[in-house]
Design a protein around this ligand. Structure first.
Ligand SMILES: Nc1ncnc2c1ncn2[C@@H]1O[C@H](COP(=O)(O)OP(=O)(O)O)[C@@H](O)[C@H]1O
Ligand SMILES: N[C@@H](CCOP(=O)(O)O)C(=O)O
Length: 316
């Protein structure tokens, strides 16, 4: 369970009253998640999720929370942050920045079939289009500048051949980012962490995207690549699953066809997506934070995915 901060009942009760959500009935720490403290919170008006932000600052958070509100109002199924009577959606609980959102129905589909991948591709494209008129700007804070800063921090923990791969891939990604094809990629607000555990399904019906706290302005192709790298691979080997990937790509393109530059850089972005999560998992694994019970994700998984993407490039 990722509960970094224990929230006393009285603090939760105060927030619920301030947001005029009735009377607090239950508060339960949530298992899963590695970034923030999350609780399911029940009142006589419904079920909510209380998040205390452990790393993100009050300056960074309005981008995510207003993006969720913007997308929810555009009809994309995402949690809608609750405001107080002044319209404020960023709150403070136990001295930490906090948000309260509606609890999505459904559950994560951890063994997705093509139909689930198609649903994610379809909604991802709709979300990208719905984000076009979102006016706030914040870069993807886990983008290339962060990779360049963090790779030297994790290198000392790696075996020589891992260190060599990490450095050469970083250098390749710096090269890609300087290319004219990369400059031509369409961009906007992206989720940037839309893994299987950040989407809810009721059977085959997608009921929501959540956990927008790695979102930022980046290329749409990077977002799609992050999804392909998680939803459309064999989890044990990291190898590409052509049927699931085909379903996701077709559904995405039925809403928003890819541009020539996006098709050209598909594999480079798949490598970028694998590199991003290899670096963050190495960082979390070797430089962990205090938490009451925390299961770090396995960094070697994304090392395998990256090796697969280099050895067997995907072309459209
Ligand atoms: N709006 C929501 N509706 C339903 N469940 C949620 C919602 N937000 C979070 N959860 C639950 O909490 C878990 C952890 O949340 P997550 O946002 O992934 O945490 P973290 O930001 O720490 O990675 C999720 O796997 C999910 O079960
Ligand atoms: N999806 C990332 C880690 C972020 O955790 P999440 O629970 O917020 O998705 C990974 O798998 O490394």
């Amino acid at each position: 369970m990722a509960v970094f901060t224990q929230v006393p009942l009285k603090d939760a009760r105060t927030l619920v009253r301030r947001l005029q959500l009735g009377e607090l009935q239950a508060l339960r720490g949530i298992e899963g998640g590695i970034e923030n403290t999350n609780y399911f919170l029940t009142t006589d008006q419904g079920e909510f999720v209380l998040t205390l932000f452990e790393r993100l600052t009050a300056e960074q958070l309005p981008f995510y929370l207003h993006l969720m509100k913007h997308l929810a109002h555009a009809g994309i199924p995402v949690p809608d942050p609750r405001a107080d009577k002044h319209g404020e959606i960023l709150h403070t609980v136990c001295g930490k920045p906090a948000a309260l959102v509606n609890r999505l129905s459904g559950k994560s589909e951890l063994a997705p079939q093509p139909v689930h991948c198609a649903a994610v591709g379809d909604m991802l494209a709709r979300m990208h289009l719905a984000g076009r008129d979102y006016e706030r700007q914040q870069p993807n804070l886990r983008g290339l500048p962060w990779w360049n800063e963090t790779v030297p921090v994790v290198l000392p923990y790696l075996a020589p051949e891992q260190a060599a791969l990490l450095q050469s891939e970083l250098s390749y990604q710096n090269h890609v980012a300087a290319s004219s094809a990369y400059t031509a990629l369409p961009r906007g607000p992206v989720h940037a962490d839309l893994f299987r555990d950040n989407v809810m399904f009721d059977g085959e019906a997608l009921t929501g995207f959540f956990d927008f706290y790695f979102a930022g302005v980046d290329t749409w192709m990077f977002d799609l690549a992050v999804c392909l790298n998680d939803w459309c691979i064999d989890q044990s080997t990291g190898s590409h699953d052509a049927v699931r990937a085909g379903a996701m790509l077709r559904a995405y393109q039925a809403v928003r066809p890819l541009t020539a530059a996006e098709r050209e850089l598909l594999n480079a972005m798949l490598r970028a997506g694998a590199l991003r999560f290899w670096i963050s998992r190495l960082w979390d694994f070797h430089l962990p934070r205090e938490a009451s019970l925390l299961k770090p994700h396995d960094p070697t998984h994304f090392e395998r995915v990256l090796r697969q993407r280099i050895a067997q490039p995907l072309a459209l």
